[in-house]
Ligand binder design. Sequence first.
Ligand code: PBG
Length: 345
Amino acid sequence: NRITRQQPQTSRTVDEITGGRRLRRMRKAGWSRRLVQENHLRVEDLIWPIFLIEGENRQEGVAAMPGVSRYSVDLAVKQAERAARLGIPAIATFPNIPLSRRDARGSAILDADNLINRASRAIKEAVPDLGIITDGALDPFTSHGHDGILKDGIVVNDETVEQIAQAAVLQAAAGADIIAPSDMMDGRIGAIRDALDAAGFQDVAIMSYATKFASAFYGPYREAIGTDGLLKGDKKTYYIDPANSDEALREAEQDLAEGADMLMVKPGLPYLDIVYRIKEAFGVPTYAYQVSGEYAMIKAAAANGWIDGELAMMESLLAFKRAGCDGILTYFAPEVAQRLHGSRT
Ligand code: PBG
């Protein structure tokens, strides 16, 4: 038995199929691809998250985040100067607080001289034109690693909000330009706005972590700020279920109504549909956080020679722009900025 090949009855040419429309035409050369490029990654799109530790002249690597370190305040100032030189508009600071200063209520967030506030003061003085974003969440300060005050195993909302609002005022007084609460308590945006206004900080903006999902991609961050061994249970009672996007839109709408100036989606790449929907729905300044686990995945695969790390970094960040982001919080910021400058000459 021989297999016989059947010829199709009619066979159209490609021009007949496409009607002469050939999308490859503009892809044929570098110059034509550049001419039709719709989205661009710029240094101005970058926000750099930086980790802080106590001490002087101290720099510690974060094992799960190759290339990322925790810096004592004096060295954080140097990094801030570097960010400014590179043209990065803003940094976001995250403290690794000594265990001895963490407690069940996260009280140290109300210390005007805590690590976050000392860093803001020093950075503002050295680099006044660099934007400083600080977090109002309690997790770096609590002995249990939760973002709020824990009572009988429950993260209590209203008491936490009150504390976060007070902390925001201290952060603004220390030099923070944008308060970015990452805790997802109900009502915190309005409470922070009220507290800032009452204290005379009408010009301090709020970037809401409006849609923060209960994600597995935060792992390396918890190593960086030292909550990895502390956290009991998970954060599902306050972060959004990764299965939900209508709920994410309701969160964003609520935070805008309460006075958020900017919205953020977190994590980033796995949640670009949320970015797209939020930007479409509200048309407000919209950001995404390419979180620690996303960074670690790219670095790990690149270290193994499985992907080209630089290309994957650039492509991942461009994808945020395509989805509608006005900017991206990314640990790649200085590396990307350097690369973008290099390609300009
Ligand atoms: C908590 C907080 C998290 C991150 C920043 N602040 C998440 C968490 O620990 O649950 C994650 C940032 C990252 O993964 O890069 N308020």
